[in-house]
Design a protein around this ligand. Structure first.
Ligand code: IPE
Ligand code: IPE
Ligand code: MG
Length: 248
């Protein structure tokens, strides 16, 4: 469905050199709600609608992967009410998305440690994973109870276990082999990481995978983030000079 040029306010997205993979820290839901005199949970609801709009736009532009940060390993510090509202929104989204994804050949994956996630939500996640395995289209990855450090610890433990089982020797470990033990195994690193809401930090999001990503920060709160803002970020990315340590 990608067109050659997609018109933005100022410049155009060049669809011939799109990033394959964009990662987004969906931040600012709480502040958006406060600004509108609403409870924080209303911000998360609005944020989940933005996710649907942006995921559809990424797919329509012709990207291969979108990875979004939905709930971090640190977000359990929030009130029980806020945490259960976020989990409830995910359940509602999954119940709906499982059907739409089938029609549109979309793959949906979850990154993170699913151990503390409720059995009901885990069953939906497992269903989405099983159904996605049969497909080939655009892939959305949702980071849930995800922390980059936790991902590396889980990967290191799994590698150590495989060494004990005789599959590998410690000296076999390479960057590629360690990558294969991460949640993002088989997925190319994001070329572009976007963080709305004005915060200038990673907050434990994809530290391994973003080693050479381009970063784009915006003051827009996530519920206000539109397809045009996404295109502005892509245009900015397309003007960057990526050297990967070399000289041009
Ligand atoms: C991001 O929005 C969603 C989650 C972290 C779950 P926030 O809830 O962090 O919104 P702010 O940063 O408080 O505005
Ligand atoms: C990062 O946002 C996590 C998600 C967007 C899911 P936070 O709001 O939790 O990050 P900090 O606390 O501002 O670093
Ligand atoms: Mg936040």
């Amino acid at each position: 469905m990608a067109t050659d040029k997609i018109v933005t306010q100022a410049r155009q997205v060049d669809c011939d050199c799109l990033p394959r993979h964009i990662a987004i820290i969906m931040d600012g839901n709480g502040r958006w709600a406060t600004k509108h005199g609403l409870p924080r949970t209303a911000g998360h609801k609005a944020g989940s609608q933005t996710f649907e709009t942006i995921a559809t736009h990424c797919r329509d532009l012709g990207l291969d992967y979108l990875t979004v940060y939905a709930f971090s390993t640190e977000n359990w510090k929030r009130s029980e009410g806020e945490v259960s509202a976020i989990m409830g929104l995910l359940k509602r989204y999954l119940n709906k998305a499982i059907d739409t994804m089938e029609k549109e050949n979309i793959r949906l994956h979850f990154f993170g440690d699913m151990t503390p996630i409720s059995p009901e939500l885990r069953a939906l996640i497992d269903k989405a994973h099983t159904m996605s395995a049969r497909r080939t289209g655009f892939q959305a990855n949702v980071c849930l109870n995800y922390g980059g450090r936790d991902e590396l610890v889980r990967g290191a433990k799994a590698f150590a276990q495989d060494c004990m089982n005789g599959k590998w020797k410690p000296e076999d470990l390479s960057e590629a082999l360690l990558s294969s033990y991460l949640d993002s195994a088989q997925i190319p690193d994001p070329e572009l990481v976007i963080r709305p809401s004005g915060e200038l930090r990673l907050s434990n999001f994809l530290p391994w995978q973003s080693a050479y990503s381009e970063f784009y920060f915006s003051d827009i709160l996530w519920p206000d983030f539109t397809a045009e803002h996404l295109e502005q970020a892509i245009v900015a990315y397309q003007q960057r000079d990526r050297r990967f340590g070399g000289v041009k």
